[in-house]
Write a protein that binds this ligand. Structure first.
Ligand code: NDP
Length: 433
């Protein structure tokens, strides 16, 4: 806190994790002796760089780029790139820190990292995005590699951006398809990567709901966001027999009591790159409202925030409880602020934290790395089945830690502990202390 008093998001993420590690530290004095936590919260490396680019009207612009390589105790650095005007070093560090434990929870050999830029892709032409990505990669390429650091997508970075980034990397270093994940299917991408985070969220949620002796069938779900995670969460929730009644973007939300059709969201957001408002123009039963979906008062059973960090505050968490939601699982990273999480607990809402619930994306990214190493492509079904097993395993590990440390259904602390134990053992064994 003394070192980075202005890094609010990073501190929020760190304190939430450190609080929950207390019972583990009591049982492992060797972690304290090795000052392991001080190492864990300090990135191995944080790179900041200039990204100059030219817009179509001939003007020159300069953005900031970052890559924070947080922890490589259990494998090469792995984590997405975010393009959004709200990106700062604090945001990248919070995401990179979360990524360490999330990646550990998947059971796959990947370390934690994150990167991005304060560039806003919204409203930019394809050629502007391409020139930005080429400039970004001109610097990033010297810090990454298939066995060193493997970036992927996040907010504002989907197939189009990964394609441009990959092309720029290839031009400088030759073809190395394991250097990025989330690639197109024609050049080393994995089937089911696009769907992975949303599908994985529902596999995790299904396991969590089942563990309470309940089922997803017939549940009414509020989803926020209308991007990659939200779209495929809506698809899988619908396939599992639930009904999603909302989705949103940063301007407003759509309410459709007859159930959101993910194909229309996909058409508007992925194909036309439009705004979610247009959903209500196409579907008679839908209404569009400006503002946050978390201020919208309607009865439902389960909340899946899939937009961005700190989208739910204490007051909105109170409304979630009042509206009757029994479960909340996070598709976005850190969408609930600490007071919101305390409110869920106070009201008996069973909470699935981001680092467990949304780990499906990075898990399938790691499977993409495996396929690239083998020079083989697995079928959609093979990848999807592995994703399903990984998400159930993540829930089981979190539940086991919850039981072992008598946390009273605190799956957040359970996930932190389960993710931390593996990283801590690896750090100690490697003598990084
Ligand atoms: P996208 O860029 O595809 O979509 C983001 C969505 O959230 C858009 O609908 C966007 O609306 C909305 N949004 C962004 N900022 C805000 C805001 N301040 N208020 C309200 N809505 C907002 O990103 P993803 O779906 O990939 O990512 C969503 C979340 O999931 C992020 O937290 C990300 O870190 C996390 N995540 C993503 C993974 C992945 O595989 N993609 C993996 C694990 C986590 P608008 O268009 O108006 O900006």
């Amino acid at each position: 806190q003394r070192r980075d008093p202005d890094q609010v998001e990073f501190q929020e993420a760190v304190f939430t994790v450190l609080d929950s590690l207390e019972p583990v530290l009591e049982q492992h004095p060797e972690y304290i002796k090795a000052n392991l936590l001080a190492q864990l919260v300090e990135p191995e490396r944080a790179i900041q760089f200039r990204v100059p680019w030219q817009s179509d009207d001939g003007q020159f612009h300069v953005n900031r780029g970052w890559r924070v390589q947080f922890n490589s105790a259990i494998g090469p650095y792995k984590g997405g790139l975010r393009l959004h005007p709200s990106v700062t070093l604090s945001v990248v560090k919070f995401l990179g820190f979360e990524q360490i434990l999330k990646n550990s929870l998947t059971g796959l050999p990947i370390g934690g990292a994150k990167g991005g830029s304060d560039f806003d892709p919204k409203g930019k032409s394809d050629s502007e995005v391409m020139r930005f990505c080429q400039s970004f990669m001109t610097e990033l390429q010297r810090h990454i590699g298939p066995d060193l650091d493997v970036p992927a997508g996040d907010i504002g970075v989907s197939g189009r951006e990964i394609g441009y980034l990959f092309g720029a990397y290839k031009r400088l270093n030759g073809y190395q398809n394991g250097v990025l994940t989330g690639k197109g299917l024609t050049f080393g991408g994995s089937l089911a990567r696009t769907e992975a985070t949303g599908f994985g969220l529902l596999y995790y949620t299904n396991a969590l709901v089942k563990a309470q002796g309940d089922t997803l069938t017939g549940k009414k779900i509020k989803v926020s966001g209308a991007g990659n995670v939200a779209t495929y969460a809506i698809q899988k929730a619908t396939e599992l027999g639930a009904k999603v009644i909302t989705c949103s973007d940063s301007d407003g939300y759509v309410y459709d009591p007859s159930g959101i059709n993910y194909k229309i969201v996909q058409q508007i957001k992925e194909v036309e790159r439009g705004r979610i408002k247009e959903y209500a123009d196409r579907v008679a039963t839908a209404q569009y409202h400006e503002g946050s979906v978390w201020d919208f008062d309607v009865d439902y059973d389960l909340a899946l925030p899939c937009a961005t960090q700190n989208e739910i505050n204490q007051q909105q968490a109170g409304l979630i409880a009042k509206d009757g939601a029994k479960y909340l699982c996070e598709g976005a990273n850190m969408p609930s602020d600490p007071q919101a999480i305390a409110t869920y607990r106070k009201n008996g809402i069973v909470f699935g934290p981001a680092k467990a619930a949304n780990a499906g994306g990075v898990a399938v990214s790691a499977l993409e790395m495996s396929q690239n190493s083998e020079r083989l492509s697995w079928s959609f079904e093979t990848v999807d089945n592995r994703l399903h097993d990984i998400m159930e395993d993540i829930f089981e590990k979190s539940e086991a830690a919850d039981k072992k440390y008598h946390l009273d259904k605190n799956y957040q602390a359970g996930a932190n502990i389960a993710g931390f134990e593996k990283v801590a053992e690896a750090m100690l064994a490697q003598g990084l202390v």
